[in-house]
Design a protein around this ligand. Structure first.
Ligand code: XMP
Length: 310
């Protein structure tokens, strides 16, 4: 049986022994894994930890504010880095899923390389968990936060990486979060991928296309709050479809809604959501988003699908 208490004790010892007196920056996107990691290294090293939130322009509505507020409540020193321009420049012209993931990864690590240099530190903590490592090593997809396990040395970016959660699956990460006394909005948060909405914009990732999926995400999250599912989200397709708006033909956007149950993200089932609920979501998406003419519901389990589309 996993004991979060023992895990925390062991981790604190290990982190202290690795880092000694150095300063550490902790990459915090606000998700469960990176926030638990940040709280853990902060418990081990106190004031020597600086949480860094990189604004890549791909976060959900209100997310940067939420993350900064949460870290402040936890008493952790935080730096906000605006890297929106760099990320959108890296995505320019890229439509292939793996190429986009690699563009995200490269920009993520090089931005941290710059911040590490500015902050004069050689250590970055990040929230990699076991499922990230397994899927990347198996070649299913290149999770943005897996490097050493696939033979890329983080030293090329100028720092060493601490991954205190890399042997844990999501349910145990939540247990650690609870044991650390994190607020429920953090430990029980719906999982959200590091590359954020870039995985949910099929085709080229531009600020305009991210804005569409961001709006659809708000609608899906509002309408599915009470379902208690593992992940609920919207995806913007690259294809277009014919529709009718205000009595005129509109060649517009297609949005898919995905709502899944899962324990640890390794397997998942599509939730049998009542039709009325789906109709309401479709109605809101096609009325509140001017360019949206079609809304689909994904009924595929993982496997054969994955949870995200990319
Ligand atoms: P898939 O799509 O592989 O997703 O079935 C499994 C879980 O991982 C999340 N996910 C990611 N998280 N970086 C992350 O930090 C990634 O590149 C990434 N890809 C997928 C996904 O949201 C789900 O919870």
């Amino acid at each position: 049986m996993f004991s979060p208490k023992e895990f925390i004790e062991e981790s604190l010892k290990e982190i202290k022994a690795t880092v000694k007196d150095a300063k550490v920056i902790s990459a915090c996107s606000g998700g469960v894994d990176s926030t638990v990691t940040t709280a853990l290294v902060h418990k081990a090293l106190g004031e020597k930890v600086l949480a860094v939130f990189i604004d890549d322009g791909l976060r959900r509505e209100g997310e940067p504010e939420f993350v900064l507020k949460t870290l402040k409540t936890l008493g952790i020193k935080t730096r906000y880095v605006d890297a929106k321009k760099e990320f959108f420049a890296a995505f320019k012209g890229k439509t292939d899923a793996e190429e986009k993931r690699k563009a995200f990864r490269e920009t993520f690590y090089s931005t941290f390389g710059r911040v590490a240099k500015e902050e004069k530190t050689g250590f970055i903590a990040q929230g990699t968990i076991k499922a990230d490592v397994i899927e990347t090593v198996k070649g299913i997809k290149s999770q943005h936060n897996v490097l050493e396990q696939i033979g890329i040395s983080p030293e090329k970016y100028g720092y060493k990486i601490l991954e205190p959660l890399k042997e844990l699956f999501k349910p145990d990460v939540r247990k650690v979060g609870r044991e650390l006394g994190l607020p429920k909005e953090v430990s029980e948060r719906m999982p959200f991928p590091g590359p954020a909405l870039s995985l949910r914009v099929l085709g080229e990732v531009t600020p305009e296309r991210v804005a569409i999926v961001r709006k659809a995400t708000v609608i899906v999250e509002e309408e599915t709050k009470e379902l208690g599912t593992f992940q609920n989200f919207a995806v913007l397709h690259n294809d277009m479809a014919t529709g009718i708006k205000n009595g005129n033909r509109l060649y517009g956007n297609i949005i898919t809604v995905r709502i899944v149950d899962s324990e640890d993200a390794v397997a998942a089932t599509a939730r049998r959501v009542p039709y009325e609920k789906l109709m309401k979501i479709a109605q809101r998406i096609t009325t509140e988003i001017p360019s949206a003419v079609r809304c689909l519901y994904d009924i595929t389990d993982k496997p054969p699908s994955t949870i995200e589309f990319e």
